[in-house]
Every structure is written in structure tokens, then in C-alpha cells.
Design a protein around this ligand. Structure first.
Ligand code: GLY
Length: 612
């Protein structure tokens, strides 16, 4: 399909590098599939609530799960993980200790979202040193990776099929980074009042003794049953007695418990060296005995976490600190905030037609740049400084028509439910704050459990560009800059973010799962808190919108039916999501003016915050 050049980009004459973002390549039609950004539970989130917070049309919300405390607060997607984190802080551990313990728990009890076979990012504020930092535990492409590894040599096109190597199985996995990332957190930021081994005990218990299967996990196992059945170790874990586990039943992962015990006693070496790494390498390679191996032991032994500089922006007197490339999250969050800073959003009314129009146009422009410019900066030239420069945002804003929608290339699309990725937000009594988004990519990752290690591997290789003309699982088209290469990190949307007030005190810790919808959801929560002075509950619960340039569709949660017609009249291609579909599953902690910590879990999911 020919590209319909985006007129909103046309007249722009930005700095040379950023201008590349405005040249959009011809596109094939594609589907927004698998996108883990939509989770069940919207009906709950969007029942009308006649509260005093209402702004614009359709701004309905319900109360989200909230926990308040003077000392410490944590929000995660699993009650077991929030409790483990709070227990650590009650025993004198800090927010970073709590992150380690709760991350391992969530990695066991939400295998549809995260796991030690995956990776993640951390953004933190270290209160003692008064500094912010980032830790990059993103998966890395193995030695065997190459740019056309997902291209069918016979057709020159992306490998066919939703369960091809690009989407599922060991070849879709990068070398996991989660364990190395959490070990780095422990070693460099942990209080050392609680040992590494102790921090892992709750997770080991849930793996060995089992946990209660949630409806979401049961659904994901049912959805991917056919792929899980291909691999005996996957079926043994996720299809006990050959059946999909029912919600409320107990799921045990005894092999994973042994692997976690090895990590507890040996630190990161317990995962990247010795029998665990060997088992992962051998079991993955056994699937490809007649072709090229997937991993080598060196891939694991050589894994290194990154320590990149955070990206910083300012928004109406607040500072925003977020994750830099290889995530696109922080860059485009700041870019969109810069664009929106030119409008008096508070005057427009929250989720009014005009507000949603400006949101959609800012999103369209930012994601057009994402498609062209973002990749691992160790391998590609990424113009981060230009993209977060307010002057560049001024030029982009000048191209936005206040009434009419811009035009992206027309792409057929439709969103399916998913349950990928997870986020943890924590603040402790010393003022440390940490945001970490963790993932195995789409629901149940690769669906490949690596033999006796019990480790479910990610399918993060799908975040690389499989073919420059084809979308990934999130319907995202990405440039050749993001093709797979040995040692490269796939482009991410994860956006763990800290917001500071005018006095430079931490105001909010924000993040969410949701693939490409992560960045736009973090944007709306931050804007809700700052522009609309929403309570933490309201900022979280308010209906959300999403646009990612291509496909050229403006997604509205069902609570926004009131503005649908008006937005369509402006030329937006609106898709009103059904009540069963919701955008993302965020977890936030807000520090209120009096110092109270308020942890809020998204009512769209089943998380539960904890505080003391
Ligand atoms: N796997 C989702 C992301 O990193 O954006």
C-alpha cells in the first residue's frame, strides 16, 4: 500500500537527523496482533462514577485499589509480589531490596508477563546520593543473530505464520537479562541488611509450593496451548495432566524452584554460568539440530547489564526522568510532553474532544519518529537529544491542525487482548524511589520452557524489526536500524518513569506493561497528575486513548464513547474498544504534599498495592 505522506510532517524542517523521522517508507497492510497492551477488566474500570473529578465528556472512572502509608508503598501486578516487597521494607530493607524480592515473586506468579527468562529496565532515585540512575537488563541478541534471520530466503518476506520463529519458540528468545539486572540492583543499591538469598526465598516458595492461577494466566495458557504442546517441558509446567489449569487451581514449578535456589546461593553466576545456562543452551539448540544453533554458553557468560544515562525533560515546572534507548519510552514520553506543553490542557477539560485530539496528534508525531529513528544506540545513530529538545517539539506542534486529524498511512488493524509484561513502583521511608518494567514480551513469551531449568524464555527477538515492511506483535513498524544483530538489544517501549516536583522532590513513580501502548499510557497518567491535578486514583482510572501513527487508528477505551463521533468528524479513524478491553495495567506510587505514599494498582488488572 502506498504511503500517504503525513501532511503534519510535510512542511516541517527540523534538524537533519530528526527530519528522517518524517520520511515514512511505503507500507504493507498489517495487523495489530497479539499486542499485550490490552488487558481484561475494562468494564470495571469504566463504570460511570459521578465523582467530583470529572472533566470532559466520558471522563468516567471507578476507584482503583489504593494503599496509603507514611513510610513505604509498593504497587505491583500481583498481590503476592506487593506483599513480599512490603515485608522486606518492614524488616528494614530499602526500596531496592523490595524491588529484588517482589520482582522474583512476580516472575514466578505471572509467567504470562515476566520471568527470569526475560529482561527489564530500572529507573531509580537514590535518596542518600541524591541522584538518579538507570539499569538496563534488556535481552541481547545471541551470537547467531543476523539481520535477515526472520526473512524467508525463498520469498524475501517475513517468515510466515503467527507461530514462526519470529514470534514463538527458542529462536524468538534473546539472552535474558532480568537476573543480571536484579543482581546489579542488589549489589549497587541494596541495603545489605537482608541477604540476596533471603530476598529470593518468597519466590522459591511460590515456585516450589505453587500459587493460585489467575483467570488471566488460565486464558493465556488456553490461547497458546498448541504452541506449549510442541515442547514437552512447557507442557509439563503449563498443562499439568494435559489440561489447561483452571483459575484458582495451584500451579507448581519445581524445576524453576531449583534454578531460583541456584541463583539464591550463587548470585547471577547461578544463572549465567554452570548447569542452568548449559541446560538453557542445550535445550534450545536441541530444537534446531539440523540448522544453526540458537545460543552458546558464551552468550550467557558474556551478558552485561547496561548503565545508561537517564533521559530528562521538564513539564510545567516538574522534572520527568525516564529510560533512554534502547527503550523508545523515555524519549517519546518527553517528546510528547514537550508537544503538549504548548496547549493549556487543563482549560480544555479532561478527555474532552479537543484534549483527545491533541493527545492523538502528539502521539502520531512521536510514533512516526519511533518508527524511523529508534534502535539500540550501541548499533545505530539515535538522535536522542534532538528528539527530546523542546525546540523540536515546537516545530512538530506547529504542524498540528487544531481541528483536523493528521494522516498516517492507512493500515488495516485490530487489537487483540494480551497480558504481557509487568511493572513495579516503590517508594521507601528514606525517600528512595524505583520504577521497573519487566517482560518476557508477549503473553507467555516464546512458550518455550528450557528443559530442566524450568525457565520460560522470552520472545523479545520479536521487538527487533523482522522485516522492514512488516509489523511486529504490537503492530509496530520499525526501521532497518532495529534489525537483529549479534549483541544488539531490541527496541523497547518500556517507560519506567519518575516525576519530580518544582522543589525537586519525588512526586510520582509510574510505569505499565502494554507494548507500544506503554508510552502513551505513562504520558496520560503523568499529564493527569500534573495538568488536571487528579488524585492518584483518578489519574490511574480515567479512560485512556492510544495512537501509534501506524496503524492510523485512534483507540478509545469504552468510557470515551461520548467523544467518538466528534473525533471521527475531525478525521480520526476511531476504534472504540469494547468494555472487555482496556489499555494497559499500570502501577504507580504518588507522594502527596504531606509526605504520604499512595500506591495504586490499575483497576484494569488484578494487581494490589501495599503500604505501611
Ligand atoms: N516487549 C515490550 C517492550 O519492550 O516494549
Amino acid at each position: 500500500m502506498a504511503h500517504d505522506h503525513d501532511h503534519s510532517h510535510g512542511p516541517l524542517e527540523p534538524p537533519a537527523q530528526a527530519a528522517e523521522g518524517n520520511v515514512v517508507v511505503a507500507m504493507l497492510a498489517g495487523l495489530l496482533i497479539a499486542g499485550g497492551s490490552l488487558v481484561l477488566g475494562a468494564a470495571k474500570a469504566q463504570q460511570p462514577h459521578g465523582g467530583a473529578h470529572g472533566g470532559g465528556h466520558g471522563d468516567h472512572h471507578v476507584t482503583a485499589p489504593v494503599a496509603r502509608g507514611r513510610k513505604a508503598a509498593i504497587a505491583t501486578a500481583a498481590p503476592e509480589a506487593s506483599q513480599a516487597g512490603l515485608d522486606v521494607m518492614s524488616r528494614g530493607g530499602n526500596a531496592f531490596d523490595a524491588l529484588v524480592s517482589s520482582s522474583f515473586v512476580v516472575s514466578v506468579v505471572r509467567p504470562q508477563s515476566t520471568g527470569i527468562g526475560g529482561g527489564g529496565f530500572v529507573v531509580y532515585h537514590d535518596a542518600a546520593r541524591q541522584q538518579e540512575g538507570a539499569i538496563d537488563g534488556r535481552e541481547v541478541a545471541p551470537e547467531t543473530a543476523h539481520p535477515d534471520m526472520f526473512i524467508d530466503p525463498r520469498t524475501g518476506k517475513l517468515l510466515e505464520g503467527r507461530h514462526s520463529d519470529y514470534f514463538r519458540g527458542p529462536r524468538s528468545a534473546g539472552v535474558p537479562g532480568l537476573v543480571a539486572m536484579l543482581y546489579e540492583v542488589y549489589q549497587t543499591l541494596g541495603s545489605k541488611k537482608i541477604s540476596w538469598s533471603e530476598l529470593l526465598q518468597p519466590a522459591i516458595g511460590y515456585a516450589r509450593d505453587g500459587f493460585k492461577v489467575t483467570p488471566g494466566l488460565s486464558r493465556q495458557i488456553k490461547k497458546y496451548r498448541e504452541v506449549l504442546e510442541r515442547y514437552p517441558a512447557s507442557a509439563a509446567v503449563f498443562l499439568p495432566n494435559g489440561k489447561v489449569p483452571q483459575p484458582g487451581s495451584t500451579l507448581r514449578q519445581p524445576d524453576l524452584a531449583k534454578t531460583l535456589s541456584e541463583i539464591a546461593s550463587k548470585g547471577a553466576d547461578g544463572f549465567y554460568g554452570g548447569w542452568v545456562a548449559r541446560e538453557i543452551v542445550d535445550s534450545a539448540n536441541a530444537e534446531f539440530v539440523e540448522t544453526t544453533a540458537v545460543f552458546s554458553e558464551a552468550d550467557f557468560a558474556n551478558y552485561q547489564v547496561g548503565r545508561p544515562e537517564v533521559v530528562r525533560g521538564s513539564y510545567r515546572g516538574h522534572s520527568v526522568v525516564s529510560f533512554p534507548p534502547p527503550s523508545s519510552g523515555g524519549v517519546h514520553l518527553i517528546q510528547m510532553l514537550n508537544i503538549l506543553s504548548g496547549y493549556d490542557l487543563a482549560k480544555l477539560g479532561h478527555n474532552s474532544e479537543q484534549h483527545v485530539h491533541y493527545l492523538a496528534e502528539a502521539m502520531r508525531l512521536a510514533y512516526a519518529d519511533r518508527m524511523e529513528l529508534l534502535a539500540d544506540p550501541a548499533f545505530a545513530d539515535v538522535p536522542t537529544k534532538k528528539l527530546i529538545d523542546p525546540a523540536y517539539a515546537d516545530k512538530l506542534r506547529a504542524t498540528i491542525d487544531s481541528h483536523q486529524a493528521g494522516k498516517s498511512t492507512q493500515v488495516q488493524g485490530g487489537a487483540l487482548l494480551g497480558d504481557d509484561t509487568t511493572h513495579i513502583s516503590i517508594v521507601d521511608n528514606q525517600g528512595n524511589a524505583v520504577a521497573s518494567t519487566q517482560t518476557i514480551n508477549t503473553g507467555l513469551g516464546s512458550c518455550f520452557v528450557a528443559g530442566k531449568s524450568g525457565v520460560l524464555l522470552n520472545n523479545e527477538m520479536n521487538d527487533f524489526t523482522g522485516h522492514p515492511d512488516a509489523p511486529n506483535a504490537f503492530g509496530a513498524r520499525q526501521s532497518a536500524k532495529n534489525l537483529p544483530e549479534k549483541g544488539k538489544r531490541p527496541l523497547s517501549s518500556m517507560t519506567p518513569t519518575l516525576v519530580f516536583d518544582a522543589q525537586n522532590k519525588v512526586k510520582a513513580v509510574v510505569g505499565t506493561p502494554g507494548g507500544t501502548k506503554i508510552i502513551t499510557t505513562v504520558l496520560q497518567i503523568v499529564s493527569n497528575l500534573i495538568d488536571f491535578q487528579h488524585s492518584p486514583d483518578h489519574a490511574m482510572s480515567a479512560p485512556r486513548v492510544h495512537h501509534q501513527h501506524l496503524p492510523d487508528v485512534l483507540y478509545l477505551e469504552s468510557g470515551l464513547s461520548g467523544v467518538r463521533r466528534g473525533l471521527a468528524g475531525r478525521g480520526h479513524k476511531v476504534k472504540l474498544l469494547s468494555k472487555e478491553r482496556a489499555i494497559c495495567n499500570a502501577q504507580i506510587v504518588v507522594i502527596e504534599a504531606g509526605g504520604e505514599r499512595v500506591a495504586v494498582s490499575d483497576p484494569r488488572g488484578t494487581g494490589k498495592p501495599a503500604a505501611e
